[in-house]
Design a protein around this ligand. Structure first.
Ligand code: GTP
Ligand code: MG
Length: 701
C-alpha cells in the first residue's frame, strides 16, 4: 500500500441510526448527536489515519431513500451521488433492519463498494431478536460489521475493513444481492439504460441508477438528465422514460414508482426474515412501549411535557443559583481588589467597569447555562424530544405549523437560534420551513437566558423557576401566534402531515451528556472572551469618552454623572430616551439592547458596564454591590419595567449570527431578512408599549 493513499468514505443511513456517533468514534470528532431523527443537517468531514491510509470520512444527514425531499436529505443524496465517495459505509439500525434496508436497495444500485455497519446491536436483545452477522454478509455479498456506535465498539473492525483490500475483492468475487424487479421492469430499465449509455456526459453517474430513478419519476434525476445530456439525447431519454412508465402503469395497473417500491420492500422483508432470529426468553424488558403509553397519552401527554419542562427549569435554578450568587460576589470582590492595587485612571476603569463589571456579569451566569445545557442534553439523548414533538403536533397544527417544527424551537430554546434555524432543514415543505425559521428566534436561547436570570433574580427571587417557566410559555405563545399570522398571510397553506419515527428510549451515557454540556458551555466562555469583551470595551469607551473637564465645585459623583451624560453614547442615550420612554425604558437600556444584536449576552455586560461607570455617582453604600443588587436598588427599574424589558428581549431581532444564518437558509432573500429585522422590532415595540401602558394604567409599577 502506498504511503499517501487516500480513501473517501461516506457514512450514510437512516436518520437516528447512529451515523454521527460512529463518525465521532472513527475520527475523534465531537459532532452533535441526539436521540431524535434529524440531528445532523449538514455534511461534516473528518480525517483518520489508519495503517498509512488517510481516510476522509463524511458524516451525512439521515435519509430514508435517495429520493430526497427535505433539505437535509438533499445534502446527503447529493454527496453520495455527486461527490462519489470510494466506499459507502451504510449504517443500519439493527433494531429496525427491515426499514433501514430500504436505503440499501438504492445504494446498491450505485454499484459502489458498500460496507454495512450493523449498529445498535445492543438494543436488539430488548427487541427479543438476534442477527447472524456472518449470514447477513453472505446473503448481501457485502461485509457486515456489528457496532455499538455510542460506545465505540466495532470501530476498529470497521477501519480494518475499510483499509483491507480483501473486502473489496470479496465484494467483487461474490455477486452482491440486489433487488430483482422482474422482467417487465428490467426490460424498461434496459431500454432507458441503452439510451443513457449513448451520452458520455451522463455516464459519470451509474447507468442503472439513473434509469431506475427515471422510472421512479425522480425530479432531481430528470433535472440531471436535462442538464448533463445533450438536448437531443435528453429528449430521447426522457421520452423513453415516459413511455416506459406508461407501459408499466398499464401493465401493472398502478404507478411505476409504487411497483418499484413494492419490489424493494419485498427484498428488504426477505433479507430481514433470513437474517433475524427471534429469541424467546430475553432477560431485558422493552420499556419503550410502556413509557409511551403514558407519555403519548391523549390527555396526559401535554401535562407530562409541561412537567418535564418545569422540572428542567427547577433543576437548573436550584442547582445554579448558589453558584451564580457566589460568582457575583467574587466579581464584586475582584473589583474592590483591583481598585485597591491599581491607580485610578483609564486602565483601572477599563478593567473594573468594562471587563469585570461587564464581562464578569456575563460570566457569573455560566453555572446557570451549564446546568441548563446539562438538563437538555439528558432530555435530547433519552429519546423524549421526539415524543415532545409528537405530543405538540396537534397544538402546532392549530397554529398552521407542523409537529416537527417543534424540534427547531426546542433546539433554539436550549442552545441557540442558529442550530435551531439549521434544524428546520428537516421539514419537508418549504412553507413549514420558512415559518419555522421566522419563529425560532422568539425562543429564549442560551444567550438570552442570562438576561432573564438577571432580572428574574432581581425582581422575583422567591419564584425564579415559576417566573422563568411563565416566560418560557410566553415565548412559545408568541412564536405560535406569529406562526398563525404568517400562515394566514405570507405563507398560506396547510402544514404537511406528521411523520416522524419515535426512537426507543435510551439511558443517556454520562460521557455523552457531559461532553454536550461542556461543548456548549465552552462556546459560551469563548463568546464571553471574544465578541463580548470587544463589544463591552467599545461600550465602555463610548460611555467614557470624550472626556470633559472636571468641575472642582462639584462632588466626584456629580462629575461622573456629567461625564457619562456628555460621553458619545451618553448623549446619544439622552437623545433616544423620549423614543423608548413609552415602553418603560431609557436611552441606556435601548443602547444595551442594540449592542445585544451582536450577541445577546452583551445586554447583560452592557448593563453591568453602565452601572459600573455610573457607580461613582451613587452613594457610597450603594457602590460595589453585585449587579443584581444594583438593579434592585435602582429606582429607575420596577418589576413592570423588568417584565417589559424581558418581553422586548424575547421579541426583538435575534443576534447578527442568527440573522446571517437566517438570511442564507431562507434563500438569501432580502425581503425575508427585512421582515425579520423590521417586523420583529416593530412587534417588540408595539407589544411592550401596550403592556407597559396598560400596566401603568393599572398602577402595576
Ligand atoms: N444503544 C445504542 N445507542 C446508540 C448507538 N449508536 C448511537 N446511539 C445513540 O443513538 C442516538 C442517535 O445517534 P446519532 O449518532 O445522533 O445518530 P445519527 O444517525 O447521526 O442521527 P441523525 O443525524 O439525526 O440522522 C444517540 O442518542 C446515540 O447516543 C448504539 O450502537 N447503541
Ligand atoms: Mg447525525
Amino acid at each position: 500500500m502506498s504511503q499517501s493513499k487516500v480513501i473517501s468514505v461516506a457514512l450514510a443511513g437512516n436518520p437516528n441510526c447512529g451515523k454521527s456517533s460512529i463518525f465521532n468514534a472513527l475520527t475523534g470528532s465531537n459532532q452533535r448527536v441526539g436521540n431524535y431523527p434529524g440531528v445532523t443537517v449538514e455534511k461534516k468531514t473528518g480525517i483518520k489515519k489508519y495503517k498509512d491510509v488517510e481516510i476522509h470520512f463524511t458524516d451525512l444527514p439521515g435519509t430514508y431513500s435517495l429520493s430526497a425531499y427535505s433539505e437535509d436529505e438533499i445534502v446527503a443524496r447529493d454527496f453520495i451521488i455527486n461527490d462519489s465517495p470510494d466506499i459507502i459505509v451504510h449504517i443500519i439500525d439493527a433494531s429496525n433492519l427491515d426499514r433501514n434496508l430500504y436505503l440499501f436497495t438504492q445504494l446498491r444500485e450505485l454499484d459502489k463498494p458498500i460496507i454495512i455497519a450493523l449498529n445498535m446491536i445492543d438494543i436488539l436483545e430488548v427487541k427479543k431478536q438476534k442477527i447472524d452477522v456472518g449470514k447477513m454478509s453472505d446473503i448481501l455479498g457485502f461485509p457486515v460489521i456489528a457496532t455499538i456506535g455510542n460506545r465505540g465498539e466495532g470501530i476498529n473492525d470497521l477501519l480494518e475493513c475499510i483499509v483491507e483490500n480483501k473486502w473489496i475483492e470479496h465484494i467483487k468475487e461474490h455477486s452482491p444481492a440486489k433487488v430483482d424487479y422482474g422482467d417487465d421492469i428490467q426490460n424498461e430499465i434496459n431500454s432507458i439504460g441503452d439510451l443513457i449509455s449513448k451520452d458520455e456526459k451522463l455516464l459519470v453517474y451509474p447507468k442503472n441508477y439513473l434509469a431506475i430513478k427515471l422510472l421512479d419519476n425522480d425530479l432531481a434525476v430528470i433535472e440531471k438528465v436535462k442538464t448533463f445530456a445533450s438536448a437531443e439525447n435528453s429528449e430521447k431519454i426522457l421520452a423513453q422514460a415516459n413511455k416506459s412508465r406508461q407501459h408499466l402503469e398499464e401493465h401493472f395497473g398502478e404507478a411505476a414508482e409504487n411497483k418499484i417500491a413494492e419490489f424493494r420492500y419485498g427484498f428488504t422483508a426477505a433479507i430481514a426474515k433470513m437474517a433475524i432470529e427471534e429469541i424467546k426468553n430475553s432477560p431485558k424488558k422493552d420499556w419503550t412501549p410502556i413509557i409511551d403509553k403514558y407519555v403519548l397519552n391523549k390527555y396526559l401527554g401535554l401535562p407530562i411535557f409541561a412537567a418535564v419542562m418545569f422540572l428542567i427549569f427547577s433543576f437548573t435554578f436550584t442547582v445554579s443559583t448558589p453558584l451564580v450568587d457566589l460568582l457575583e460576589v467574587f466579581f464584586s470582590a475582584l473589583s474592590d481588589g483591583v481598585a485597591a492595587i491599581m491607580p485610578e485612571g483609564p486602565l483601572q476603569s477599563l478593567i473594573i467597569d468594562g471587563l469585570i463589571g461587564g464581562v464578569g456579569g456575563v460570566l457569573s451566569f455560566f453555572p446557570l447555562v451549564l446546568f441548563m445545557f446539562l438538563s437538555i442534553a439528558f432530555f435530547e439523548d433519552s429519546g423524549y424530544m421526539a415524543r415532545a414533538a409528537f405530543v405538540m403536533d396537534k397544538l402546532m397544527n392549530k397554529f398552521g405549523l407542523h409537529g416537527k417544527s417543534f424540534l427547531p424551537l426546542m433546539i433554539s430554546t436550549n442552545g441557540c437560534a442558529v442550530p435551531g434555524i439549521f434544524a428546520s432543514r428537516t421539514l419537508d415543505s418549504k412553507r413549514d420551513r420558512l415559518i419555522t425559521m421566522f419563529i425560532a428566534p422568539f425562543m429564549i436561547c442560551g444567550a438570552k437566558l442570562p438576561i432573564f436570570a438577571l432580572f428574574i433574580g432581581a425582581f422575583f427571587p422567591k419564584n425564579q423557576t415559576l417566573t422563568m417557566f411563565v416566560f418560557y410559555v410566553l415565548s412559545v405563545c408568541i412564536a405560535l401566534t406569529a406562526a398563525k399570522v404568517l400562515s394566514k398571510t405570507a405563507f398560506k397553506g396547510d402544514p404537511a402531515h406528521f411523520v416522524m419515527e419515535l426512537p426507543p428510549y435510551h439511558i443517556p451515557t454520562l460521557k455523552g451528556i457531559l461532553l454536550k454540556m461542556w461543548e456548549r458551555g465552552w462556546m459560551y466562555i469563548k463568546k464571553a472572551g471574544t465578541i463580548i469583551v470587544l463589544l463591552t470595551i467599545l461600550l465602555w469607551a463610548g460611555f467614557r469618552y470624550p472626556q470633559v473637564d472636571e468641575n472642582p465645585d462639584l462632588s466626584a459623583g456629580e462629575n461622573a454623572s456629567i461625564q457619562m451624560k456628555s460621553s458619545f453614547l451618553g448623549s446619544l442615550s439622552t437623545k433616544i430616551s423620549p423614543l423608548v420612554k413609552p415602553i418603560g425604558m431609557d436611552g441606556d437600556k435601548a443602547i444595551a439592547l442594540v449592542a445585544g444584536l451582536a450577541a445577546k449576552e452583551v445586554v447583560v455586560s452592557a448593563i453591568g458596564t453602565i452601572y459600573a461607570l455610573s457607580e461613582d455617582a451613587l452613594e457610597d453604600e450603594e457602590a460595589n454591590n453585585t449587579l443584581t443588587e444594583k438593579i434592585v436598588n435602582d429606582s429607575e427599574w420596577s418589576p413592570l419595567k423588568a417584565i417589559v424589558f424581558l418581553i422586548f428581549c424575547m421579541i426583538y431581532p435575534p443576534c447578527i449570527t442568527a440573522m446571517a444564518v437566517f438570511f442564507r437558509e431562507t434563500g438569501s432573500k432580502l425581503k425575508y431578512l427585512s421582515l425579520l429585522l423590521f417586523g420583529n422590532t416593530a412587534l417588540a415595540y408595539l407589544a411592550t408599549l401596550l403592556i407597559f401602558q396598560i400596566g401603568k394604567f393599572l398602577r402595576l409599577g
